[in-house]
Design a protein around this ligand. Structure first.
Ligand code: ATP
Ligand code: MG
Length: 285
């Protein structure tokens, strides 16, 4: 079910309060007990029951009756808190259509000061294992690694966009809250959906951007024809949460994979006379 801006706009302040309380209490409980939630929100039993009923109808909260009556925040509730926060700040004033849904994110178009893209990161248990391996600290959300992993993923992408925009062609990051990043909207499509009139120029441009990013300390890590967008005037590189630094132990391997993906696509579809070795040389040279 897609995110509905009206549902979020119409949330009662007691419902926001309940979601916020659940978010905090999930650091301690697998299922937040009803009485603990009541104490934290200060709501009466009947008011809380009514608000939770509405939140469960919206698929923002889940309940369980064993081993005791308890509640959990789920992805849609977390998305709602993030969207509510960026709307209050004015970074987003309207939510539009869904642009894409990948393994680990849902992307919407929207409006802020101008057209924006909203990317809700949704990283689950499995990917979290990778995050955990590469970090030395333990997450706060012991029972709910997806909260930690999704926010971490959003932060990673935001940091890369922040460092790279202005230097290379990436969306400009506008705001971040929890698992959501807001960035400028690109009026184009992924290169895989385009038929390029000037593939050699586009390839050159992308390689130049990959080189620029590398020089600034960023290797994309998931470069492909799906994560390069073209708008008729220029090429953009999107989807940065899995970037690694050139000092990362697997940096060489990851960069090689990025360059190989890029070259393979342009060779296969446009028969360009390019080679992985030469391209790699240009990126790191
Ligand atoms: N800034 C943007 N402007 C316009 N469209 C965008 C923007 N960012 C993303 N999109 C659209 O959303 C789609 C998905 O975005 P993105 O590649 O960042 O995430 P994803 O591929 O879903 O994530 P994952 O790699 O985890 O599956 C893109 O293919 C593109 O069509
Ligand atoms: Mg992608």
């Amino acid at each position: 079910m897609p995110i509905d801006a009206d549902d979020i706009r119409e949330l009662h302040r007691f419902e926001i309060k309940t979601l916020l309380a659940l978010e905090r209490l999930m650091k301690r409980y697998r299922w937040v007990p009803e009485d603990v939630l009541r104490r934290r929100t200060g709501l009466s039993a009947s008011e809380l029951e009514y608000r939770l009923g509405h939140l469960m109808n919206l698929d923002m909260v889940k309940s369980s009756s064993v081993p005791y009556k308890g509640y959990q925040l789920v992805f849609r509730g977390f998305d709602a808190l993030a969207l509510h926060a960026v709307s209050r700040k004015g970074s987003v004033t309207a939510l539009g259509c869904q642009l894409g849904v990948g393994k680990e994110a849902v992307v919407y178009e929207g409006m802020g000061l101008g057209p924006v893209a909203l990317k809700f990161h949704r990283v689950g248990q499995q990917s979290f294992q990778t995050v955990r391996r590469s970090r030395t600290y333990m997450p706060e959300y012991r029972h709910f690694p997806w909260i930690f992993a999704s926010s971490f993923s959003a932060r990673q992408e935001y940091d890369a966009l922040h460092a790279l925009h202005g230097e290379i062609a990436v969306p400009v990051p506008v705001d971040i809250n929890r698992n959501l990043i807001v960035m400028t909207y690109i009026h184009g499509c992924p290169v895989v959906q385009a038929t390029l009139e000037n593939p050699a120029d586009v390839f050159e441009e992308v390689v130049e951007n990959v080189r620029g990013a590398y020089a600034l300390g960023y290797i994309h890590g998931d470069l492909s024809e799906f994560n390069v967008m073209v708008d008729g005037k220029q090429a953009w590189i999107i989807d940065w949460p899995q970037w690694v630094a050139p000092a990362h132990p697997s940096a060489d391997e990851i960069l090689l994979r990025d360059v190989t993906n890029l070259c393979t696509y342009f060779i296969r579809k446009y028969h360009l006379d390019i080679s992985v070795e030469e391209t790699l040389e240009r990126v790191v040279g």
